[in-house]
Design a protein around this ligand. Structure first.
Ligand code: FAD
Length: 294
C-alpha cells in the first residue's frame, strides 16, 4: 500500500522510522539486530536514507530489500540528485519500481562532506522539485514523499521563501511531506499553518529525534537548522556528566512532543532513531507510541 493510502485509511496517526544504510560490517550487525527488534514496534512504514548528512551514498535499495525480507511491509527508499545524471536516476528509479517499491522519498541531497555548496551532476537536477517532476512523469503510480523544513532549509533566505519552494515540490507531484527534526512543537504548528496558507494541502508528517546528548545536538546542527528550547538545553547541560540522565531527559521531551502532536491531529510521527532501536523500547516511549494507534 502507498503511504498516502495508509494515511487516508488508517484512522490513526502513522508511526514510521528512518534507517540509514550501515557503513561497515560492524554497523551492519547493529543495523540488522536493530531492524529485527524494531519489527516489535510495528511501524506503519520505514524509510532508508541515501547519503544523508553528506556521507557517501550507501546501498539504499539493497538495505530496503533486506528490510522487506525481515518483514517490514512498507519500505521507502530515499533517492537524491547527488552525483546522478537523469539517465542514472531513470535506471535506479526503474529498478526500484521493478522490485515492487510503491513509495519513494525524493530529495536534492546534502553536498558531500567537506563541500559547502550543492553541485548538480552533469545532466542531473539542481533541485528536488525537478527530480519529483521527473519521477512523477516516469512513474505516475509512485507515491512520492518530500522534505519540509519547519525552521527553514539552511540555504533558504527565509521560511516564507522556502515554503514557496516546498509548494513547487508539491505542485511537481509530491504526495506527502516529512519534516526535518524540530524540538519545539509550536514551530511545527506555525509551519503547517503557513504551508496551508500557501496552498499546500498534502499531509505534513512531523519528524522527531529523541535526543540522547548535547554532543548529538551539536553534530546534528552542523547540517540541520533547528533551535533548542532553553529549558531543554538547561536540563541537558545540568546532566552533561550523566549520559543516562541526558538520554532520559531527551526521551521525556520526545514523549511530550509526540503526545501533543498526536492530540493536535498530526498525520503521523516519523522517528529519526539513527539505527538505535533501543530508544524505541524504553517502556515509556514504547507505551506512548502504542497509544498513538488507539
Ligand atoms: P530542495 O527542495 O531542492 O531545496 C534545497 C534548497 O534550495 C532550499 O534552500 C530551497 O529553498 C532552495 N530551492 C528549491 N528550489 C529552488 C529554486 N527553484 N530556486 C532557488 N532555490 C530553490 N539528504 C540526503 O542526502 N539523503 C537522504 O536520504 C535525506 N533524507 C532526508 C529526509 C528528510 C525527511 C529530510 C527533512 C531531509 C533529508 N535529507 C537527506 C536532507 C536533504 O537532502 C537536505 O536538507 C538538502 O540540503 C536539501 O534537500 P531538499 O530535497 O529539501 O532540496
Amino acid at each position: 500500500m502507498t503511504v498516502i493510502e495508509q494515511i487516508q485509511q488508517a484512522g490513526h496517526p502513522l508511526i514510521s522510522v528512518e534507517f540509514f544504510p550501515p557503513k561497515n560490517d560492524a554497523a551492519q550487525a547493529v543495523f540488522t539486530n536493530g531492524a529485527v527488534e524494531l519489527i516489535g514496534l510495528k511501524p506503519d512504514f520505514v524509510s532508508v536514507t541515501c547519503g544523508a548528512g553528506g556521507s557517501a551514498a550507501g546501498p539504499t535499495l539493497e538495505i530496503s530489500k533486506q528490510l522487506g525480507t525481515l518483514g517490514y511491509k512498507t519500505v521507502i527508499p530515499h533517492c537524491t540528485c547527488v552525483g546522478m545524471s537523469r539517465d542514472e536516476l531513470a535506471r535506479s528509479s526503474d529498478a526500484l519500481v521493478e522490485q515492487g517499491f510503491q513509495n519513494i522519498m525524493a530529495l536534492r541531497g546534502d553536498p558531500p562532506r567537506g563541500e559547502k555548496v550543492f553541485k548538480p551532476a552533469a545532466d542531473g537536477f539542481r533541485y528536488a522539485s525537478e527530480l519529483i517532476a521527473f519521477l512523477r512523469e516516469r512513474h505516475p503510480q509512485l507515491c512520492i514523499g518530500t522534505a519540509g523544513y519547519p525552521e527553514k532549509h539552511p540555504e533558504a533566505p527565509s521560511l516564507e521563501a522556502d515554503i514557496l519552494r516546498l509548494k513547487e515540490k508539491v505542485d511537481a507531484g509530491a504526495d506527502f511531506i516529512t519534516t526535518q527534526l524540530f524540538l519545539h512543537n509550536p514551530v511545527y504548528f506555525k509551519f503547517v499553518e503557513k504551508c496551508r496558507d500557501a496552498g499546500i494541502t498534502v499531509p505534513i508528517v512531523p519528524g522527531l529525534l529523541p535526543i540522547i546528548s548535547l554532543e548529538q545536538i551539536k553534530r546534528m546542527q552542523t547540517f540541520c537548522e533547528f533551535h533548542v528550547p532553553e529549558v531543554l538545553l538547561h536540563n541537558l547541560e545540568a546532566a552533561q556528566n550523566d549520559p543516562v540522565k541526558m538520554e532520559r531527559i531527551g526521551l521525556y521531551w520526545a514523549i511530550e512532543q509526540i503526545s501533543e502532536l498526536v492530540e493536535s491531529g498530526a498525520p503521523g510521527i516519523h522517528l529519526y532513531l539513527l539505527n538505535r532501536a533501543k530508544t524505541a523500547f524504553y517502556p515509556e516511549l514504547f507505551a506512548c507510541l502504542s497509544r498513538v494507534r488507539k
